[in-house]
Design a protein around this ligand. Structure first.
Ligand code: PEP
Length: 253
């Protein structure tokens, strides 16, 4: 059985000191939580202080983005070895905010996924439809294109090291959540796509997380769905108590 993953996307929040405080609080609160992988993803400038705070704990560190080159004249960018050096094990790629505000495409996401894997980072690949696409019954088509794009030229050995986050764009930061059934349907569809492409045993190793206004009030119902293998949490990951409750809701008895 897959171990659920709960990842906190702190977005553009938390200075170095604030990150240290929040990460320290989470370390204390989550010390006795077993059988859930917890990943915190602070902004680049707070990665090192968060890493210091979670030393000697099972909490894992992730980044929110990266560039695909190892080094070079790419002003303002951060490379995979830099993230590894800062202590990251994960990197969020293709978040809808990056796709819509920073013109990320399926092609750039694919280059980043390949590079993350080459350097030993686990990519958390975000996919999800916009409201008008859902209303036009295009959810499966959109998600399929994004999955195909992100996994272009990958083999099963690479695919099994990835994590997918299904995040309907209309549910991100809006307080509007997909119903557990709506989310589960799309997760199943994603797993069918991966299974066809890479085989069942590879697909069974890939966690498909749900993201979009996950809160302590709705997380238990979502985490209880058979195809939901964890969550990517934005707003509610900035509050230690809320994030702790979400993590605890993913513990399977
Ligand atoms: C996200 O940033 O990936 C996200 C799902 O945000 P929120 O939980 O705030 O909707």
């Amino acid at each position: 059985m897959r171990v659920p993953i709960i990842a906190g996307n702190w977005k553009m929040h938390k200075t170095e000191q604030e990150a240290f405080r929040l990460a320290s609080d989470l370390k204390r609160r989550l010390a006795n939580v077993e059988a859930v992988k917890v990943v915190i993803c602070p902004p680049f400038t707070s990665l090192c202080s968060a890493k210091k705070a979670i030393e000697d704990s099972k909490l894992l560190l992730g980044a929110q983005n990266m560039y695909w080159e190892e080094e070079g004249a790419y002003t303002g960018e951060i490379s995979p070895p830099m993230l590894l050096g800062a202590g990251c094990a994960y990197v969020i790629l293709g978040h809808s905010e990056r796709r819509s505000y920073f013109s990320e495409t399926d092609e750039s996401v694919n280059s980043k996924v390949k590079s993350a894997l080459k350097f030993g980072l686990s990519p958390i690949i975000c996919v999800g439809e916009k409201l008008e696409q859902r209303e036009a019954n295009k959810t499966e088509q959109i998600v399929e294109n994004q999955v195909e794009g992100a996994f272009h030229d990958l083999d099963a050995g690479q695919a099994e090291k990835t994590v997918i986050a299904y995040e309907p764009v209309w549910a991100i930061g809006t307080g509007r959540t997909a119903t557990p059934q709506q989310a589960n349907e799309v997760h199943l569809y994603i797993k069918e796509l991966l299974s066809l492409r890479f085989g069942k045993s590879c697909c069974e190793k890939i966690n498909v997380l749900y993201g979009g206004s996950v809160k302590p009030e709705n997380s238990t119902e979502l985490m209880n769905m058979p195809e939901i293998d964890g969550a990517l949490v934005g707003g509610a990951s900035l509050d230690a108590e809320s994030f702790e409750r979400i993590v605890r809701s993913a513990v399977r008895s």
